[in-house]
Design a protein around this ligand. Structure first.
Ligand code: CAO
Length: 351
């Protein structure tokens, strides 16, 4: 978004510049003094080195296009008169850069062989929904950019499940349903407070860690249009009942396409719960710019050996994926162990 803002600002600057200044053709015939002045103005553009910009001949529309596409105009070969850069030159540059991408190790869709599936049977093609298209882009970017590792653990939640069921009987009359996810969010906030690196982002230059002193927790919600991640604000200041109410309202709004963009922004940590559906573990993709995501699978009764003999426990599988540039494996193991510790005794959530 910051790049977009920069590009917008740059294009506004160009518009102002174009309105205040003589046309490009006139500019080319200006005295050296005037050209220097024009150069100073164009050097305020955030696209490239001022000195390179000074040597570039291009009209405002072409510069605007370059800004929009994030192209460093000083690297483009101009094919117009006096080597002036034309719009076609920008497009050619973008095409060439994309085609050169495989040599840098990054495969693009263009490199893949094409298939005509109808050769083998009947097919139907449906366009992705807007949400699916957007999440595909975000997931691909996060998958390629972040060195992911997933830490697996289990929490013994027999006590918690019993407490949840009892409380739900009491709260039913008030229209409240305490879900397992609400308790997991509460426990996650405590774990984030104890391990602040998990509530952080890597700075733009990759040289520092930005710690967030707020606890907005996103949760993946499956809707017929695709996956969305509504965010529960200030979960640290809410009770489990309040979190459960937020969960119910936000999931409902998500399924009815009523979520506002700001209700899906500003999250510090995401939880993806597939517990209501099934599975034993999975490897969720970090929701960049966050640095960790907790996957929750279906809890199962498991027999465990204790000092007093054999016991059956309800075990909740946890899968924590994290950005290894920010978080070490030992931190991740401590984080999931602490989560399991909190979830194994409801009283610990009160502390
Ligand atoms: N283990 C066992 N059972 C579980 C469970 C768990 N971890 N979590 C939930 N359940 C059970 C609940 O007990 C409930 O059963 P009852 O109605 O009998 O009580 C049922 O599953 C439904 O659960 P719920 O009402 O508590 O809903 P939820 O909190 O599981 O889910 C939501 C809410 C929004 C997270 C869910 O609807 C959803 O969209 N999940 C999919 C998320 C997703 O797609 N993640 C993948 C993202 S990456 O591609």
């Amino acid at each position: 978004p910051e790049n977009e803002t920069q590009a917008e600002e740059a294009s506004k600057l160009e518009e102002v510049k174009a309105a205040k200044q003589p046309s490009v053709i006139e500019q080319e015939t200006l005295s050296e003094k005037h050209t220097q002045a024009a150069t100073q103005l164009s050097s305020t553009l955030p696209v490239s080195e001022p000195n390179d910009q000074a040597l570039v001949y291009a009209g405002p529309a072409v510069r605007r296009l370059a800004n929009q596409l994030g192209v460093d105009i000083s690297k483009v070969n101009g094919t117009g008169p006096k080597q002036r850069i034309l719009k076609e030159d920008i497009h050619t540059y973008v095409k060439q850069t994309m085609m050169a991408a495989p040599s840098s190790g990054q495969a693009t869709m263009q490199d893949l062989p094409k298939f005509d599936f109808s050769k083998w049977g009947e097919i139907e093609t449906k366009p992705l929904t807007k949400i699916q298209h957007l999440s595909a882009k975000n997931l691909q970017r996060a998958w390629q950019m972040i060195p992911h590792v997933t830490q697996f653990d289990e929490a013994s939640v027999s006590d918690l499940e019993q407490f949840r069921k009892e409380e739900n009987l009491r709260l039913k009359a008030k229209g409240v349903k305490l879900t397992m996810l609400a308790f997991i969010i509460k426990a996650s906030v405590k774990a984030l407070q104890t391990f602040p690196k998990f509530c952080a982002s890597l700075s733009d230059d990759g040289k520092s860690i930005v710690y967030k002193h707020y606890y907005h927790i996103g949760f993946a919600a499956d809707t017929e249009n695709g996956l969305v991640v509504p965010v529960i604000r200030d979960a640290d200041q809410k009770t489990v009942v309040e979190i459960a109410n937020d969960l119910a309202q936000l999931s409902d709004r998500a399924r009815n396409k009523k979520l506002k963009p700001q209700e899906m922004q500003g999250g510090c940590f995401t939880i993806s719960s597939l517990g209501g559906i099934g599975g034993t573990a999975f490897t969720p993709i970090v929701n960049w710019p966050e640095v960790a995501i907790l996957g929750v699978s279906r809890s199962q009764e498991k027999v465990v050996l204790t000092d007093n003999g054999v016991k059956s426990n309800l075990m909740l599988p946890l899968s924590l994926s994290y950005d290894h540039r920010v978080i070490d494996g030992a931190d991740a193991a401590r984080f999931t162990a602490y989560l399991a510790y909190l979830l194994s005794d409801t009283r610990r959530l009160l502390l």
